[in-house]
Design a protein around this ligand. Structure first.
Ligand code: HEM
Length: 285
C-alpha cells in the first residue's frame, strides 16, 4: 500500500499530492504504543537507578534551588508548545472529519512557530550553553555501558547526567529536523495560498516539486503527532515532574539535581553572593 496520494497533472504526469491521511492513525498508535511499552518496562523490569558516585563534599556547596531555565527560555518553550498544538489541531482535525476554515489559523500558527524557533536559535547560540543539548563523548560511553549492563554484561556504572540526558538530546535532534522540515516547506507552501503577506504564485515550482513538498510537510507533520504524545507523556510522569516544574518555575531542587546530575558535567557556581545563589554555569534552555 502506498503512503502517498497521487493525481495526474494537466500534462498527464502522475504526481504525488499528499500523504495518505491514514498515517495520522499510525502516528497516534505509535505514540500510544511507546507510552504502554515504556510504562510496562518501568513497572515490570523496575530498573534500579545506579550511577557512578562523585565526591560527596561537592553537595555541601550546592544551593537549595538550581536555576535550570531562564524566563526567556521558558517563554519560548510555552509559545512554541502553544503554536505546535494549534498547528496539530488545525492540520489534522479537518482530515478526520471536523471541517473548518483551517488554513488561515494554520499558517498564522506556523509563523508564530517560525519566529519562536528563530528566537531560540539566536538565544541558544549566543546566550545559552549551546553544547549542552548535543551528545558528548561521555554520553556515548555511558550509553554503551548502560546497554551492556541491561544485557547483564560486566560494565562500569554510567556517570550521572550533564544538564540533559542522552535521550533528551536525541529527542531534541529529531524534533529539530522535523521542525526545520515543516517550517521550510510551510513557508514555501504559503505561496500557494492567499495570505496577504506573500504574492500568491502556485507556479513557482513544478507539480512534482510542490507534491514532494506537501508530502515532506505531511510526513514531518504526522511525525509530530507521535513526538508530541511521547513528550507530553514524559512530562506528566511522576518521576519526571521536577523537570516539568522547572519549565514553569525555572528551577529544580538540590535533591533532584544531586540525584540525577553530575555536578562536574553540569556545574553550579559556588561562593556567590546571596542574590545570585544557584546560578548554574549552563543556566539556559
Ligand atoms: C508541527 C507543525 C506542522 C504540522 C503538523 C503541519 C501539518 C500540515 C498538514 C498535514 C498540512 C496539509 C498538507 C497537505 O495537504 O498535504 C499542512 C498544510 C500547510 N501548512 Fe502546515 N504543518 C506544520 C507547520 C507549518 C508551518 C510552520 C507553516 C508555515 C510557516 C505551515 C504552513 C502550511 C501551509 C501554507 C499549508 C498549505 C495549505 C494549503 O495548501 O491548503 N505549516 N500543514
Amino acid at each position: 500500500m502506498s503512503f502517498l496520494q497521487w493525481a495526474t497533472s494537466p500534462w498527464g504526469q502522475s504526481v504525488p499530492i499528499h500523504i495518505v491521511w491514514g498515517l495520522i492513525w499510525v502516528a497516534v498508535i505509535a505514540g500510544v504504543f511507546f507510552m504502554i511499552v515504556h510504562s510496562l518496562y518501568l513497572i515490570v523490569v523496575r530498573p534500579p537507578k545506579r550511577f557512578a558516585e562523585r565526591k560527596a563534599e561537592v553537595a555541601a556547596r550546592v544551593p537549595e534551588r538550581i536555576p535550570r531555565h531562564t524566563l526567556a527560555a521558558r517563554l519560548f518553550h510555552w509559545v512554541m508548545a502553544a503554536s505546535m498544538f494549534a498547528l496539530l489541531i488545525t492540520a489534522f482535525l479537518p482530515k478526520v472529519g471536523i471541517q473548518f476554515n483551517w488554513v488561515l489559523y494554520h499558517w498564522i500558527a506556523g509563523l508564530v512557530l517560525t519566529v519562536s524557533i528563530l528566537f531560540h536559535i539566536i538565544h541558544a547560540t549566543f546566550f545559552l550553553d549551546f553544547w549542552s543539548i548535543w551528545p558528548d563523548k561521555t554520553d556515548l560511553i555511558d550509553a554503551k555501558n548502560r546497554t551492556l549492563r541491561f544485557f547483564g554484561k560486566d560494565a562500569p556504572l554510567p556517570s550521572k547526567f550533564a544538564k540533559y540526558p542522552l535521550e533528551n538530546k536525541l529527542y531534541h535532534g529529531v524534533v529539530m529536523l522535523a521542525g526545520l522540515a515543516v517550517i521550510l516547506t510551510g513557508l514555501l507552501m504559503m505561496k500557494r495560498v492567499e495570505t496577504g503577506i506573500f504574492v500568491r504564485n502556485p507556479y513557482l515550482f513544478s507539480d512534482m516539486t510542490w507534491g514532494m513538498m506537501y508530502v515532506l510537510h505531511g510526513l514531518a507533520g504526522v511525525g509530530f503527532i507521535a513526538l508530541t504524545i511521547m513528550h507530553v507523556y514524559m512530562g506528566v510522569r511522576p518521576e519526571k515532574f521536577p523537570i516539568t516544574k522547572s519549565m514553569i518555575f525555572g528551577w529544580m531542587s538540590r535533591d533532584f539535581y544531586l540525584e540525577e546530575h553530575d555536578t562536574g558535567r553540569w556545574a553550579v557556581k559556588s561562593g556567590q553572593p546571596e542574590s545570585n545563589r544557584g546560578l548554574a554555569s549552563s543556566d539556559g534552555d
